[in-house]
Design a protein around this ligand. Structure first.
Ligand code: ZN
Length: 426
């Protein structure tokens, strides 16, 4: 049935964009006849089999390092929102996403270095299998150097039913648009400023580790984010939302994407990274800049920005070289506000939290790229340092950090209000 346009086209388009993720998932599940949908990835011993709803056109495989992954591009296939399992043998997790109209990408996150061997399609073109061959780290790196290997699909065109003319292909938007928005807590008054707190890392990305003390950055950041939220809710002056309130993985764009979709006024990403020098301790606040302020900042950005590549799926549309992204005027203004917040954070939180002497650093951090929202990345301390790790993992330490952050937030918005007031008065 065809209806006339009763709503504004742009509103309809927007609504459709919002629905498309859920819709795509539903379509893939409810109509198994969709061309080449990825039905399952079976792991049996060292043999991996990808199953498709229909014959696909071919595939290619390549390896990625840091962390080690096997990526498979399946041509003529449609990814779905289905989870594909993992957690067995050398494969920690299996993910899928749509690279472009024609190609779905399946990424196998590896827990130990393996490379695919004797990959082949079944005669009907509906499954692709290969075995996993254990190699050394050096062997894995040299296999990366060999580049992409092409896996030819059998010619099943003759046997294949023609694709339905009416079939609708709904592109799956990048995951950044797909995540559900978190609840907003605090006062119901929507005129109150909204702060989004982002617990760094999560899910299959543990962040930095302190093996001696069995501490993982992703747990520490979540506990601190929750403590900050609770503190802000208690003081009741601002609204607050967490990008994640459990152990889940979000790509970097999803993190600031949530802040943008909620029209947040401030974004704080919480981290507790490792330093090469285990003596290094204290907190640091990072704000966005095209160039890093020093070598350590550059290294941190390189490490943190890799979190996105783990996803392996969104990269199609996203340049890995984040430093080359042009920064427009809105972003410059946000950057200035971010910088003043960084200084405020140190001033207000230093009675509670030890800071490094060079406490404000700059780096091209992807998670700070929301052009219109002042954003800081708060390195609350080094998980690699025993004293810091204890402080960050303790309720007392988390409470102190929360108090310091909440005070800075309060002063920040009080200043903004005062400035607005003087604008009106003048
Ligand atoms: Zn981190």
């Amino acid at each position: 049935m065809e209806f006339g346009w009763t709503a504004k086209a742009s509103a309809l388009h927007k609504r459709r964009m919002l629905n498309s993720f859920a819709l795509a998932g539903a379509l893939a599940v409810s109509t198994p006849g969709t061309a080449g949908g990825i039905a399952a990835v079976d792991l049996a011993g060292d043999r991996v089999t990808l199953r498709f709803d229909e014959a696909v056109d071919g595939a290619s495989a390549f390896l990625l390092d840091g962390p080690q992954r096997i990526a498979l591009d399946i041509h003529g296939a449609q990814a779905s929102a289905r989870g594909l399992g993992g957690g067995e043998s050398a494969i920690a997790a299996v993910r899928q996403g749509q690279l472009n109209d024609e190609t779905a990408r399946v990424v196998l996150d590896l827990s130990s270095p393996v490379v695919p061997a004797d990959a082949r399609f079944a005669a009907d073109g509906k499954s692709l299998s290969f075995s996993l061959k254990s190699v050394s780290d050096a062997g894995f790196r040299s296999a990366i150097g060999k580049g992409r290997s092409i896996i030819e699909a059998p010619d099943t065109m003759a046997a294949r039913p023609p694709r339905r003319v009416h079939s609708i292909t709904v592109p799956i938007p990048p995951a950044a648009k797909g995540v559900a928005l978190p609840p907003i807590e605090g006062p119901r008054d929507a005129s109150r400023p909204l702060v989004v707190i982002d617990a760094g890392h999560g899910g299959h990305d543990p962040g930095a580790l302190n093996k001696d003390l069995a501490r993982r950055e992703k747990d520490v950041t979540l506990a601190i984010a929750r403590a900050i939220r609770d503190q802000l809710v208690r003081t009741g002056r601002v609204r607050v939302a967490l990008t994640r309130d459990d152990d889940r993985f979000l790509v970097l764009q999803e993190r600031y994407g949530i802040a943008r979709r909620l029209s947040a006024d401030l974004f704080i990403s919480i981290h507790a990274d490792a330093a090469e020098n285990i003596e290094a301790q204290g907190a640091t606040v990072y704000t966005l800049s095209e160039t890093a302020s020093d070598r350590e900042a550059a290294r941190l950005a390189a490490r943190e920005n890799k979190a996105d590549i783990i996803n392996g799926v969104n990269l199609g549309g996203q340049s890995g070289d984040v430093s080359s992204i042009l920064i427009d005027l809105t972003q410059r203004e946000s950057m200035n506000i971010s910088s003043s917040f960084a200084q405020l954070l140190q001033r207000e939180a230093s009675p509670y939290v030890p800071f490094r002497s060079a406490y404000h650093r700059f780096a091209s951090l992807m998670v700070l790229k929301a052009p219109d929202i002042p954003s800081v990345l708060f390195e609350t301390g080094y998980i690699s340092n025993a004293a810091d790790a204890e402080f960050l993992s303790s309720r007392e330490g988390q409470g102190k950090i929360a108090r310091g952050v909440a005070r800075a937030i309060e002063v920040h918005f009080a200043r903004k209000l005062a400035m607005r007031g003087s604008d009106v008065g003048g």
